[in-house]
Design a protein around this ligand. Structure first.
Ligand SMILES: [Zn+2]
Length: 236
């Protein structure tokens, strides 16, 4: 009998999955092909991250070898220590946050309802990657994952991952796109730049791609375009 999964994974293509974690409904992405596994974001607590790690082995027969952290918000990065052996792709700002802003990460996580003890354990285990890689093309057999920074928006350093070699292409948008609520705009955001950044996300994925928001249900190019127009309206 196949081992049970901890989390509900949606299959988006032959080689692509994602799930939505209980804390903040944050998206975790998974791309696997040719014996390689890329994970996109890592959740808030160690139990969440361990549940992901176990599921990856069940789904792929492999362990996570590469991790992309889309940006420096707690729900995307605090589970990272569970994958400390993997190669990490992220912006320099994520490395800096993990190295010097752990108190802020902790307060933000607890403020959003995460269990304080669980957050303390995740923060205590966290180690910043030794370097940042904010742009790369990862070839996994016939599947290619292009990691890039399309511009300022939700933060000044959001990264996206465009998966091609799948039909349709899949774009992991991080929090540049949100579906379950309005896009989160805070002091790190650049509202004026965000719409043009989304145009670059759309150009990277194309009209037929599946767009995976950082929070919420899968969307299409039309939704992303509407969100860009909504943000542009706010900016004026
Ligand atoms: Zn965020």
């Amino acid at each position: 009998m196949a081992a049970a999964l901890n989390l509900a994974w949606e299959q988006l293509g032959q080689h692509v999955f994602r799930c939505r974690l209980p804390i903040c409904d944050v998206t975790i992405g998974l791309v696997h092909a040719a014996g390689e596994v890329l994970l996109i974001d890592t959740g808030t607590t160690l139990p969440e991250a361990r549940a992901i790690a176990e599921d990856v082995v069940v789904l792929t027969g492999r362990e996570v070898g590469d991790v992309l952290l889309t940006h420096n918000h707690f729900d995307h990065i605090l589970g990272h220590s569970v994958f400390a052996g993997a190669r990490t792709y992220c912006s320099p700002e994520v490395v800096a946050t993990m190295a010097t802003q752990v108190e802020h990460l902790r307060a933000d996580a607890v403020g959003h309802g995460a269990d304080a003890d669980a957050v303390d354990r995740a923060v205590g285990a966290l180690a910043a990657p030794s370097s940042s890689i904010a742009a790369a093309v990862i070839a996994l057999g016939d599947v290619e994952v292009a990691i890039s920074h399309p511009g300022r928006g939700h933060t000044d350093h959001d990264l996206i991952a465009v998966v091609t070699g799948e039909d349709p292409a899949v774009v992991f948008c991080g929090d540049l796109v949100e579906e379950s609520g309005d896009p989160c705009i805070d002091e790190q955001s650049d509202l004026l730049a965000w719409p043009a950044t989304l145009e670059r996300v759309l150009a990277a994925g194309g009209d037929g791609a599946v767009y995976v928001p950082g929070h919420g249900a899968l969307v299409d190019a039309t939704f992303v375009r509407r969100q860009a127009e909504w943000l542009a309206g706010l900016a004026t």
